[in-house]
Design a protein around this ligand. Structure first.
Ligand code: ADP
Ligand code: MG
Length: 517
């Protein structure tokens, strides 16, 4: 792969072209719902007392070039990754061993584990488990290998977001690519743009079909008399990324004809109940806006919250999570499945010495696929005494090629490069086991793009792209039988090159799409 693909990309925009393209993207975003609620720092509460305003999601003006081989490999491996994480989730003992070390130093992990133990003691009322996953990658380039290599940044097992908006970005860039030369919104001519299309992005269809599959697998109401069934999205207060979520609920309602409700995590205990008299433990949702007596039985709880400690403000939030976990509703994800998304699990899987976990979890998968999965791992280390990780992290000259990650989701938590040694020395040594050290993946150094931010600012320059691939899997925790396992849809996120972190919601990066080469 020539790094030169990136050299003169994207084409230069003169001021008039730039203004026209930015205007087009802004209007397209509003017309099509490629939107987020504005950050409170952008629109003060007093300027929008009724919360009616929205703004464009941060988005690149051009699709980013991405190596076709890496893109295809990421898609090809997704169902094996789905299977791997389902198999890990089924091995409670294995997860327990890994969590053991963290439990005394990490309250969040410890509390999640306690939820699992409490429900296990009573007995799970539901053995089906739903995963809507996203595996995130970068195209790694190094002098030691001739072509780009697909390397995994992380695997997400809870609240894997942006399927809704990323499909829209693919449509936006496709429309721009399809505009004939000379058209007011056409891109300036460029060889890469004239010869390609943006690949299909069926993320909304795939993720919604995953939820619909769980809804169907739940079967009829377990209540007497029976009540209508629904899917419940449990969400954060003040969610700014709501339009991404609504893309999925609309698809469920319109295409799959399934009622969907949104419920704030803080209101779970107010509006849902599990009748004591029913040993099946159905989760009953009483919509506060419906007439008295109207109730739905929840087949599937889809968490777009409860992935970060900030979502658990009081004990009542932990009680709400336990309440949902012990219900008969299918959880997306269960607490156990959430825990498998911890960075430490990825580190253990990536460790080349010791037990071959991949082969034991994927016993019926062909060895070639297993070795291709293994090839996507970047080196990762724990920080145990006398371990290699500790040495690499504390030495400034090796720390500079690494990132230090805690067991957290949602962005903004990592420590990078030369900041690592001082950071570690600033915290008690017994807490080091909360962190894993990962070698930095280095995407092509010359990639560039232009982004329209949510505050209207237009920024151009060197960028780093991160590709996410979505997958869904429904399996039975009792015995591990897989009911469905699908791959479909992707997310390209692009951040400025000099920024370490990568989240769109956290304001570090922009939604993007790809042209393959
Ligand atoms: P989170 O759960 O917070 O999303 P990630 O592992 O995705 O955690 O890390 C956040 C961001 O940090 C990523 O989006 C990416 O931009 C950057 N990052 C993480 N690991 C690496 C790595 N090994 N090499 C390069 N960048 C990384
Ligand atoms: Mg991430």
């Amino acid at each position: 792969m020539p790094d030169s693909v990136y050299e003169d990309y994207p084409p230069t925009l003169n001021p008039a072209q730039k203004e026209s393209l930015v205007r087009t993207v802004k209007d397209w975003a509003t017309q099509n719902g490629l939107m987020v609620r504005p950050a409170p720092t952008l629109i003060l509460k007093e300027s929008d007392p009724h919360g009616v305003l929205a703004t464009n999601a941060p988005v690149t003006l051009f699709p980013s070039p991405f190596p076709r081989t890496c893109f295809e490999e990421a898609k090809a491996l997704q169902t094996a990754y789905n299977k791997l994480y389902a198999a890990i989730t089924c091995n409670e003992e294995w997860i327990g061993k890994i969590m053991e070390d963290l439990i005394d130093v990490d309250d969040f992990i410890s509390n999640l584990w306690k939820v699992h133990l409490a429900v296990q003691k009573e007995g799970y009322a539901q053995t089906l488990s739903l995963g809507l996953f996203r595996s995130d990658y970068m195209a790694h380039t190094s002098s030691s290998s001739p072509g780009p290599q697909l390397k995994q940044v992380e695997f997400n097992t809870i609240s894997s977001s942006f399927g809704g908006l990323s499909s829209l970005v693919a449509s936006l860039h496709s429309e721009l690519l399809d505009s004939p030369p000379g058209h007011p919104i056409a891109y300036p001519p460029h060889p890469l743009l004239s010869s390609t299309t943006v690949p299909e992005n069926p993320a909304v269809e795939t993720l919604s079909a995953g939820l619909a599959g769980a809804h169907t697998a739940y079967g009829p109401s377990k209540s007497t008399p029976s009540v209508p069934t629904c899917v419940l999205f449990v969400v954060q207060e003040g969610e700014r990324n709501i339009f991404d979520q609504l893309a999925l609920s609309r698809q469920l309602t319109k295409v799959h004809k399934i009622p969907v409700f949104r419920l704030l995590s803080s209101e779970v205990l107010d509006h849902t109940s599990i009748p004591n008299s029913n040993p099946s433990r159905p989760l009953i949702y009483h919509p506060p806006h419906a007439s008295e007596g109207i109730a739905f039985e929840v087949t599937t709880v889809y968490f777009r919250c409860f992935y970060t400690p900030a979502d658990y403000k009081t004990d009542r939030d932990w009680e709400a999570r336990t309440h949902l976990e012990r219900s008969a509703a299918i959880k997306c994800p269960t607490v156990l499945n959430q825990l498998t998304g911890s960075k430490i699990v990825q580190q253990v899987l990536a460790t080349p010495t010791g037990p071959d976990h991949l082969t034991s979890f994927l016993a019926d998968t062909d060895p070639t696929t297993i070795s291709r999965l293994r090839n996507t791992f970047a080196p990762q280390y724990d920080l145990s005494l006398d371990g290699q990780g500790r040495e690499l992290a504390l030495n400034p000259s090796t720390a500079t090629n690494h990132v230090l990650k805690p067991q957290r989701e949602g962005g903004g938590n990592n420590i990078y490069k030369t900041a690592i040694p001082d950071f570690l020395r600033s915290i008690p040594e017994k807490e080091w086991k909360r962190w894993i050290l990962m070698e930095l993946i280095t995407p092509p150094a010359t990639a560039k793009n232009v982004a329209l931010r949510s505050d209207g600012e237009v920024l151009g320059g060197g960028v780093i792209g991160e590709l996410g691939v979505y997958g869904t899997i429904l399996w039975d925790q009792a015995g591990g039988k897989i009911h469905h396992n699908e791959q479909g849809g992707w997310l390209m996120r692009t951040k400025a090159k000099d920024v370490n972190e990568g989240g769109v919601a956290t304001g570090f990066s922009s939604l993007d799409s790809v042209v393959l080469f």
